[in-house]
Design a protein around this ligand. Structure first.
Ligand code: DX5
Ligand code: ZN
Length: 231
């Protein structure tokens, strides 16, 4: 599975609020329910006020889930520091925050040299203009729709103008949204042009995760189809 194959819908559950004592089986459960990839949230207590997991956990997870695409959402200060350990642990995509990188271009090159795909993330207060110089170097842009640090926060719809702005300029770019995304907010995300969808608590707390994932996919597919007809 690759994330950057044009502009198809991809749904990746965030496991932040899952039962972390059973991480491998939780990931497997969501993959069996129709997910395309897993979104693994890495927090270091510096860039965000919370701690989650690091490369030693990813390394243990990798052999339990062969073939599952791992997007590492690196909510860390100094993102360059963990590129090699994450590649070695089996990360497939390394999504780092523009706000945290001393030299984003150098970080991107390092991620590619380590054999991973590159995601570039921006927080709600950060202008979308900041990602423009790097658009031809990255595989995906991640527009945060909450301030990162915790699952289950309220969706910030105002961030979608950034998605719309990028989608108008880059028709086939992978544009991901993360934070408060679920059945009640997916329509807005899809209409703005997001095609890569992170969903944490909405999927984890759903009585029927398969149905929740398939509903979100349906909404995104419909919007993508409409956009391609309008082109
Ligand atoms: C927020 C994380 C998100 C979050 C998503 O800091 O990056 O991935 O866990 O969870 P929900 O969908 O519950 O906001
Ligand atoms: Zn995330």
């Amino acid at each position: 599975m690759a994330l950057s194959n044009g502009c198809a819908c991809k749904i990746g559950p965030s496991i932040l609020n899952a039962d972390l004592s059973n991480l491998a089986s939780e990931c497997q459960r969501f993959m069996d329910c129709g997910s395309d990839y897993m979104h693994l949230d890495v927090m270091d207590g510096h860039f965000v006020p919370n701690l989650t997991l690091g490369h030693p956990v990813v390394k243990c997870l990798r052999p339990k889930l062969p073939g599952v695409f791992f997007e590492m959402h690196m909510m860390v200060a100094d993102p360059e520091k963990w590129v090699e350990p994450m590649a070695d642990a089996g990360g497939d995509m390394y999504s780092f925050h523009l706000e945290a990188a001393e030299d984003p271009g150098r970080c991107i090159r390092k991620i590619k040299e380590a054999g991973m795909k590159v995601g570039l993330a921006v927080n709600p207060p950060t202008s979308v203009q900041g990602v423009l110089p790097f658009m031809d170097m990255v595989d995906l842009v991640l527009i945060m729709t909450v301030n990162p640090g915790f699952g289950g926060q309220k969706f910030m719809g105002e961030c979608l103008s950034k998605v719309q702005f990028l989608r108008d300029k880059y028709r086939s770019m992978d544009i991901e949204v993360d934070g408060g995304v679920g059945p009640s907010t997916i329509q807005q995300c899809a209409e703005a042009g997001a095609n890569v969808i992170v969903s944490g608590s909405a999927v984890i707390n759903s009585d029927n995760p398969r149905e929740t994932i398939s509903y979100m996919r349906h909404i995104v597919d419909e919007a993508l189809q409409k956009a391609s007809l309008e082109r």
